[in-house]
Design a protein around this ligand. Structure first.
Ligand code: ZN
Length: 404
């Protein structure tokens, strides 16, 4: 659905147009038929804009709708028990023996009906919307069989058709079949690459390349097939161990690399030269007590740094990009402006949505009115919801003050 709306009396407008975050004070935004027609100073507001529905922002902060470039949106079950054990210092092995780990989610996801999977993903999208998010990348990966991954993709397709948030589906090769020998691994990789990838409508393909997941050679085989079939490429790279997957992503021209907690010295320059967006996931580093990714090293090399929630039941159960901005600023040394670009323009590029994450004529009319009057307050004021009104393509999709 496309709408037309004027957001007036904006105290501070973040456009993310141009080089930086494009701040304008005393501003207005006009959306016509779902697209931005004007974003700038009130003094320059076209006279004919007054006839549309007008929302008074009351001097508040307005930004583009947020873009989450990395979520594991479709899953079932809870791993709260595992969260509690980990925080009490239990080892990974103890957690696995207590029924935790990814296989717990796989078991619950396989047992869930299609309707339950779609309802769970839609509830998460509702929470994303309430945090100002209007575009979400969403991965499969919790079934681990070829037909099961196809079912998860169908669930993502169903939720995409029914929800106002723009969902970009990614097929994820998460971990190889458990207990399998060498030949069953090879069979899975071949089936994933040659049977699953060419017959799905996933926009992107992602591989988890790490100890306990896929090897660098297997990752190369899957991503090479994905490239052949015109999919965007992503890699979960250098999270627990250094594998060289970041360099592979640069070589293959991936859209994004994920995590990067264990980065080599040479990788940032190669990622920058290849234009690969670096999706950093502070929620996972927080939950798993991993070292924080070296965002400053990536930025110094000229990389585009984006921030994702990594929303998943094990290592980062959150739909809050504002919280990720807080962590990126306080723990990784990002400026507030760098954090804003990380959840808007750079994230939109990683997801292949060039018209999102920016407020300029022609861009999609996705914007957020915040309970703040300065863009630095959103990462500073953490742990409480600050998105007041979320507008998707010119239509109000969420209001915190609804009914008031
Ligand atoms: Zn992930």
């Amino acid at each position: 659905m496309f709408g037309s709306i004027v957001v007036d009396h904006i105290g501070e407008l973040v456009t993310c147009a141009g080089d930086g975050i494009g701040l304008v004070h005393d501003a207005a935004v006009v959306v016509r038929n779902g697209r931005v027609a004007f974003a700038g100073a009130r003094a320059d507001l076209p006279g004919d804009a007054r006839g549309d529905d007008v929302i008074d922002a009351g001097g508040r902060l307005v930004t583009p709708g947020l873009v989450d470039p990395h979520t594991h949106l479709v899953f079932a079950g809870s791993r709260a028990h595992e969260f509690d054990l980990r925080n009490q210092g239990r080892s990974y092995l103890e957690i696995q023996q207590a029924g935790g780990g990814i296989l717990a989610t796989v078991k619950a996801t396989r047992a869930a009906s299609d309707g339950e999977l779609v309802a769970g993903a839609a509830a998460r999208l509702d929470r994303f919307l309430a945090q100002g998010v209007t575009v979400v990348e969403a991965k499969t990966g919790y079934d681990l069989t070829i037909e099961g991954e196809r079912r998860l993709l169908a669930a993502l397709q169903a939720v995409r058709e029914s929800h106002v948030i723009d969902v970009s589906p990614t097929l994820l090769a998460h971990v190889p079949p458990s207990g399998g020998d060498e030949s069953s691994r090879a069979l899975f990789v071949r089936a994933f690459a040659e049977e699953l990838i060419p017959t799905t409508n996933a926009e992107a393909v992602d591989v988890y390349c790490d100890a306990g997941a896929f090897t660098l050679d297997e990752t190369r085989a899957i991503l090479t097939a994905a490239k052949k079939y015109g999919k965007r490429l992503r890699v979960h790279a250098e999270q627990f161990t250094h594998t060289g997957a970041a360099e592979l992503a640069a070589e293959l021209g991936a859209a994004s690399v994920e995590h990067l907690e264990q980065l080599s010295d040479g990788a940032p320059a190669r990622l920058a030269a290849a234009g690969v967006v670096c999706n950093l996931l502070p929620g996972a580093a927080l939950t798993l007590k991993l070292p924080w990714p070296d965002a400053r090293k990536l930025l110094a090399a000229g990389c585009a740094v984006a921030l994702g929630t990594d929303c998943n039941p094990g290592s980062s159960l959150s739909e809050s990009l504002p919280l990720m901005m807080t962590l990126a600023c306080t723990q990784m040394g990002l400026s507030a402006a760098e954090a804003w670009l990380g959840v808007t323009r750079h994230a939109a590029r990683a997801v292949g949505r060039a018209d999102a994450g920016v407020l300029a004529p022609g861009a999609r009319g996705d914007l957020v009115i915040w309970d703040a009057d300065d863009h630095r307050q959103v990462p500073q004021h953490f742990g409480v919801p600050l998105a007041r009104t979320t507008i998707v393509r010119g239509v109000i999709a969420f209001r915190r003050d609804a009914g008031a």
